[in-house]
Every structure is written in C-alpha cells, then in structure tokens.
Design a protein around this ligand. Structure first.
Ligand code: FES
Ligand SMILES: [Fe+2]
Length: 395
C-alpha cells in the first residue's frame, strides 16, 4: 500500500524537496525540475513573486504628490501613485471598465485617465467620471474603485506586494533596515544615474544562486577578487535576507579606479526573493539589481545605479563599464552554462559546499535561499495552487 501520487506532476511536487537538508553541510541543492519545468515556473510566479515584497524604485521617483511609477509584478501591471494628500498608494494598473491598462512608465499626473474610453479616476483610485453612462441602470461612479495593492517605503526604496495579507517588509526583514541605514546612510540623497539591462537564458533561481555565493569568485572573477578583500568576506543569513560584507577598494586593483573612494566597503544584501542591494567602493552609491523571472529558462535583470550626482564621474563610468563588460559577462556565461547543464539528464542536484564560519567561499546563503523556496512550495501545496494540483487525483 502506498500513498504515492500517481502521476509525474504530483510526484515532482512531493519530491522537489528531496535531498535538501536543514544543515547546509549535509544538503543537496534544489532539484533541477524547479529550474526547468513550466509548472514550477508558474508556481514561482504565483507563490513566490506575487506573494513577496518586490522592489519598484528608489523613493525619489515617488516623492512628489502626483508622481507615479507603473511596473509589472509576476506579469501583472501595477502602478504606485503619490496622492495629493501625500499618501503613497498602489493599484493594479487595470481599468474597471474593460481592463485596459491605465498609466505607463513614470511621471506626474493630476488624475488617472484610461487611454481606452477615458474613464477618469482620482489619485486615490476612486472613479470620478465615466463618459456616456447616464442611461445605465444601477451605475454609480462612487461604487467603483481601482483594486489596491500593498505598498511600503523601506530602506530608501519603494516595494509592493500583491499578497494583501503579507506582513509588512519592515516586520519581515528584521535588522535589514538598520543595516542599510548603517552602510548606506546617504541613501535618501542619492539620485538615479544609470540603468543596465540584460536578458539571460537561464531560470531566475540560477541567477540568484550565482549571486549568493563567492565560491566561484577566485576562479571566474579575477578582477573582482583584486577589488574585494576576500579574506574579510563574510556571508550571514537572516530570516528573509542575507548580508555579504567585505573590505574593498583600498588597494590597486584591476577592476576600476578607486583612488578617490570615500566608500571602502563591499556591502551587499540579497532580499527574498529577487532583490539585491549593493554598496560598492567609490563615492556614495547604491546599486539595485532586480532579477525578474521571464520564463523557465529566461530572466531579465535591471541594474540601477544611484549616485551622488545624476552624472557619473569618470571613476563611476569606469565601474559601470567594469560591471557591464566584465563582471556581468562572466556571470551570465556561468548561469547560462548551468541552465544548459540542468536541461540534460546528467544532473538533478549537487552538494552544497558550506563552511562553518560563513566565509565568502561558502554556499550557505544559496542553501538558505533554497530552504525559503521549498518553504514556499510547501505553503502553496497546502493552499492548492492549481499548477501543482491540476493533475492530482487523475490516473
Ligand atoms: S477600458 Fe478603461 S475606459 Fe474602457
Ligand atoms: Fe559571480
């Protein structure tokens, strides 16, 4: 007698956690099905991306009344808006008439007018006018409002969460706010200077995995390890984030010019599930990397540079070039190769390489990430995410 599920999809749902162990030194990595199969991509979108705090922008973009930023989260349009009352709100970017999107990009506005039939909403999401509707029965604009989404200002940035029941980011993230305040005390004064974008032929979790360990750094990033003092590199995991800290930029290096650096730290945080905040050697700066799932084997990345001035100086231009033309090329080659390997029958899981002191060579933060992924997969099994349950019970 066995209670084993009777089909592949259900077997995968049950077996996806096999091999992972709470002790990193005994653990395997996450099963490759989670990196290659359509159904797990859907679960990632619904149970992870649509249920977590997603970075939208630096606070400067939404500081003024009337300012708005339209974005996409798990393929769904949202728009964050600062009301004339000064309150920051976020809505699904979806008109209540026939579901057309409302605002695009970013800017400032006095009201939200749908480009399709011009229904007009105030910045609180309330429908104020709808053309040619006076003959309708039981129709009252006062009863129609845009659907709200959770929004929060945290660590100098704006985050949203499509899960209406999610605890606040400040509550979930423990000391992260204090760490950002300590290492990036000037965050509120930094301004947008540059964006780099990438499309990567890999699952988003491979990109996160690669970000979370520096075991590969001596091998793959010769210039990076001349910029960052790897002997001081420590990685600490916390509930929903990890801190990756090292001294950096104090010596001659082959990455970029740091001779005028006022920041001599490499202070990096990964925040569940797909946001990375980075303070690199140089002038005051914050670099925000957003890892955006685009398909089982496709990921978009945005790197936003917030600097002391909107015009990067020479050293900053050099650091942006280094990141774009060297470091990113190295990392993208790595993760695309891993994705190809995971798509063969030759690999399903590998050992986590961890050390007890949490050095830069240890993969315990990657193991921590996999533990969080599995926790969310378990939760979605419990609530019956269709992607997992559609085949269940069928013979
Ligand atoms: S869909 Fe927005 S006004 Fe018709
Ligand atoms: Fe790397």
């Amino acid at each position: 007698m066995t209670n084993a599920p009777k089909n592949d999809a259900a077997r995968r749902a049950v077996g996806i956690g096999q091999g992972w162990h709470p002790d990193a030194a005994r653990s395997m990595s996450l099963h490759t099905d989670a990196y290659t199969k359509d159904e797990w991509f859907e679960v990632d979108q619904r149970a992870i991306i649509a249920a977590s705090w997603q970075w939208i922008c630096h606070g400067e973009k939404l500081a003024e009344p009337g300012s708005y930023v339209a974005e996409t989260v798990a393929d769904m349009g949202i728009v964050a808006v600062r009301g004339t009352d000064g309150v920051l709100r976020c809505f699904y970017n979806v008109c209540k008439h026939r579901a057309h999107h409302l605002l695009e990009g970013h800017g400032t506005t006095k009201n939200i007018v749908c480009p399709y039939h011009a229904w007009s909403y105030d910045l609180g999401g309330q429908l104020r006018s709808a053309r040619h509707t006076k003959h309708l029965v039981d129709f009252d604009t006062a009863n129609i409002c845009l659907d709200e989404v959770q929004v929060e200002e945290f660590g100098g940035s704006v985050f949203v969460n499509l899960d209406a029941d999610a605890p606040s980011l400040a509550e979930q993230s423990g000391d992260l706010g204090a760490e950002i305040a300590r290492w990036v005390p000037d965050v509120a004064n930094l301004t947008f200077a540059h964006r780099l974008t990438y499309e990567i032929k890999s699952n988003w979790k491979n990109v996160v995995d690669n970000f979370l360990e520096c075991y590969h750094c001596h091998i793959a990033h010769k210039d990076f390890v001349s910029l960052v003092d790897m002997d001081t590199y420590t990685v600490t995991t916390h509930d929903i984030y990890s801190s990756h800290m090292a001294e950096a930029g104090t010596s001659d290096n082959s990455a970029y010019d740091v001779s005028d650096a006022t920041v001599t730290d490499h202070a990096v945080w990964w925040l569940w599930p797909n946001t990375c905040l980075m303070r690199y050697p140089g002038r005051g700066n914050l670099i925000v990397l957003k890892i955006i799932p685009a398909g089982p084997d496709r990921t978009f990345e945005t790197y936003d540079f917030y600097l002391e001035s909107a015009e990067p100086n020479e050293a900053e231009l050099e650091s942006i070039r280094y990141l774009d033309e060297v470091l990113q090329v190295e990392d993208i080659n790595l993760v695309e190769s891993v994705q190809r390997g995971m798509s063969t029958p030759a690999f399903t899981q590998g050992r986590i390489v961890a050390d007890p002191v949490g050095s830069g060579l240890s993969e315990h933060a990657l193991h921590h990430f996999h533990g969080l992924v599995l926790e969310h997969y378990d939760q979605c099994k419990a609530v019956g995410i269709p992607a997992l349950n559609s085949d269940r019970g069928e013979d």
